[in-house]
Design a protein around this ligand. Structure first.
Ligand SMILES: NC(=O)c1ccc[n+]([C@@H]2O[C@H](COP(=O)([O-])OP(=O)(O)OC[C@H]3O[C@@H](n4cnc5c(N)ncnc54)[C@H](O)[C@@H]3O)[C@@H](O)[C@H]2O)c1
Length: 327
């Protein structure tokens, strides 16, 4: 079976490609390199450079490589950017997915794994977020992920495509320094950036209704996340007609203050944070119930927050070639 991995030259996609090939699956990467890098694609894995918006190129890649399953990670992912560029996000994330699904169903592909996000939940008012918690996204980015899930499920039902929508929580860490996330939109890279500039890390609000007043999130190591894709791909292949929606998290909350403390300790810094006003739209607590993924996939995260910080820090020290980023 050959899997087309869209976005396979990106941060998470590069880990998914490795996990899939190490598990004995054949993989082909489809990526427009807008934020990805060709050097992240391992030797021996074909790279087709193209946009998911280009239906003809997708269709050709599916037939040329005799693809039978797709893992779709290609998307734009910056929440703040999506607020100022909503049409761009809907085009890339929703229209790109629609075009891809059109080609996928025409080619008779049987399995489809979709990268969704905890952003679909918005501001959940529960201790542990289950897959039944209402989805009320707070940004165009979150909306595109929720609309993407609808498209995937509806197409799955209509075309007999087995589907899995994986709702990632806060992804961090790296399998190897060269595969680390080079963006600075997530908390851990943002703390690193401040420390590198000899500045104190920022805490955006310390008056939330949480134990230490700072926001609590569920951090998941990208290696664990990649393994969840392998488990999902196998579950779809083993039982055609499945329609899975799964949280991919650890089920453990870590506060912003705790993350900053661990970064200081693990990287040999001693920089107390400064507290700045809350950012609009930040929910106090978003922590997954990871029970369904354990039951359905037999998957459970193995890496704790310290592994995420140390591996991301090693990635920060590594010289990364520039991306060929386009707007
Ligand atoms: N990083 C996170 O914390 C996080 C959390 C939840 C969900 N996700 C989702 O995971 C997926 C991967 O995220 P990432 O962190 O690896 O981001 P990334 O930007 O590193 O990777 C995205 C990849 O997709 C490619 N791409 C983007 N638009 C494309 C298009 N239209 N056609 C073809 N290729 C395209 C980019 O070049 C890049 O290689 C995304 O769908 C994102 O929404 C990420």
């Amino acid at each position: 079976m050959t899997w087309l991995i869209t976005g396979g030259a990106g941060y998470i996609g590069a880990h998914v490609v490795r996990a899939m090939t190490e598990a004995g699956e054949r993989a082909v990467v489809y990526d427009d390199l807008s934020t990805g890098r060709a050097d992240r694609v391992p030797d021996g894995v074909p790279l087709v450079v193209g946009s998911t918006l280009d239906g003809e190129r997708v269709a050709r890649a599916l037939t040329d490589h005799e693809v039978t399953g797709v893992v779709h990670l290609a998307a734009k992912k910056q929440v703040a950017e999506s607020l100022s560029l909503p049409l761009h996000y809907y085009r890339e994330n929703v229209e790109g997915l629609r075009v891809l699904l059109d080609a996928v169903t025409a080619a008779g592909v049987r399995s489809f794994v979709f990268s969704s996000s905890a952003a679909v939940y918005g501001m959940p008012d529960v201790d542990l977020v289950t897959e039944e918690t209402p989805c009320v996204p707070m940004s165009p980015y979150g909306e595109t992920k929720l609309a993407g899930e609808w498209l995937v499920r509806a197409t799955g039902r209509a075309a007999g495509l087995s589907t899995a929508c994986l709702r990632y929580f806060n992804v961090a860490g790296a399998a190897r320094p060269d595969l680390a996330d080079t963006g600075v939109s997530n908390l851990i890279p943002m703390i690193f950036e401040k420390l590198a500039d000899d500045l104190p890390p920022h805490v955006f609000g310390d008056d939330y209704p949480t134990p230490d007043g700072t926001c609590v999130r569920d951090y998941i190591h990208v290696v664990d996340l990649a393994e969840a894709h392998v488990a999902a791909a196998r579950a779809l292949r083993a039982a055609p007609g499945r329609d899975l929606t799964l949280n991919i998290g650890r089920g453990e909350g870590v506060s912003v203050r705790e993350v900053i403390d661990r970064v200081n300790t693990l990287t040999g810094h001693d920089r107390p944070p400064v507290v700045t006003p809350r950012r609009p739209g930040d929910p106090p607590r978003v922590v997954a119930s990871a029970d369904r993924a354990a039951t359905e996939l037999g998957w459970k995260a193995r890496h704790a927050i310290d592994d995420m910080i140390t591996s991301a820090w090693a990635g920060r020290q590594h010289p990364h070639p520039p991306t060929t980023a386009r707007p």
